[in-house]
Design a binder for this molecule. Structure first.
Ligand code: 3AM
Length: 323
């Protein structure tokens, strides 16, 4: 990936790209649709105002760029250029025009367990690839799984490596993530590893098969207490007709003890993910529930975005002090 340290006006991003419209807002900064002036090719540009960032966050952004410049996988959004301007950072990325994975599911005429498994399989493969490279994503959630296009051949890709880190064998301690998808060991403040991404996959698969979250409380404090116990249910009647194989996978991902949790490699070999015997019965009620969940999610968006270290830590600590 090309890195540009911008010192003159001629070198600035706007000399090479025309911004068309804002298409999103991420953990750090805004995302725009843009066109390369020389080629006419469309890209997504993530722009971050440096003045709104602490030095830690600027470092984090540089790290995100370093990470995405090293990954090369069909199910991970590509990044091409990085402009480091005096006031702003811009990452030029592949544009994903097909929308979020949960938005697409509800548009399908037919949605079965088989389709759910096919949808999540490439995501697990991409996570396995990251982990093999020593990269932990730490913010796997439906909002970060985007389709490349609306065509039939559009493929799902992981985006937003804003919280990703290189991981060696030392456990990480920074508390971060998105409340509904965060793993218990992060909340216990005990140090954690790659397994946090497997937990998030468990939460996503659960939600894909019923349309509601396994852990859901009115406040983050209450939510974190429940996540730490790892207690959830396959609530009747919603789960009555879901296969035992799907439930087995979810149980293996949502283990409180990260050492007992199913790895991405094991998931890729799990019968439900391999998917030769999955039910192909249409599940219109699940699609409807996912539709309702999407509406709630958009509504709550700013209550359930990624929480970087300080704020999450203060919620955990204030809860600890209370009890
Ligand atoms: O703000 P919303 O949730 O609508 O879909 C992503 C999200 O949109 C979008 O930017 C927001 C923060 O992640 N986004 C991220 N990367 C993108 C990309 N490469 C993207 N949209 C298109 N192409």
């Amino acid at each position: 990936m090309a890195y540009h340290r911008v010192e003159t006006k001629e070198q600035s991003m706007r000399n090479f790209y025309t911004l068309i419209e804002q298409i999103g807002e991420g953990t750090f900064g805004k995302v725009f649709r843009a066109v390369n002036k020389a080629t006419g090719q469309e890209y997504a540009i993530k722009s971050i105002d440096k003045q709104t960032l602490s030095q830690d966050e600027v470092n984090s952004m540089h790290l995100e760029v370093e990470i995405i410049s090293q990954v090369d996988h069909p199910n991970i959004v590509r990044a091409y250029e990085f402009f480091d301007e005096p006031k702003t950072l811009h990452v030029i990325m592949e544009i994903m025009l097909g929308g979020e994975v949960f938005e697409r599911i509800v548009e399908k005429d037919h949605y079965s367990e088989q389709e759910a498994a096919w949808t999540i399989r490439p995501v697990i493969d991409a996570i396995k690839y990251c982990h093999d490279m020593g990269i932990v994503h730490r913010d796997i959630k439906p909002e970060n799984l985007l389709y490349s296009s609306f065509d039939m051949d559009g493929i799902v890709k992981i985006t937003d490596f804003g919280l990703a880190r290189f991981y060696d064998d030392d456990l990480m301690t920074t508390a971060c993530g998105t409340p509904s998808y965060v793993a218990p060991e992060i909340l216990q403040g005990r140090g954690y590893g790659l397994e946090v991404d497997y937990w998030s996959i468990g939460v996503i698969v659960y939600t894909m098969l019923c349309g509601f979250l396994p852990f859901n409380e009115d406040t983050n404090e209450a939510l974190f207490e429940v996540i730490k116990t790892g207690k959830y249910e396959f609530t009747s009647p919603y789960w009555d007709n879901i296969s035992e194989s799907a439930k087995d996978l979810i149980r293996k991902c949502l283990k409180v003890n990260p050492k007992e949790r199913c790895t991405a490699k094991q998931m890729m070999n799990h019968p439900w993910i391999v998917g030769t015997n999955n039910p192909q019965i249409n599940m219109p009620d699940v699609a409807n529930k996912i539709r309702e969940y999407n509406v709630r999610r958009k509504f709550k968006k700013y209550g359930n975005t990624a929480i970087a270290s300080n704020r999450l830590m203060s919620i955990i600590i204030s809860k600890r002090n209370q009890g």
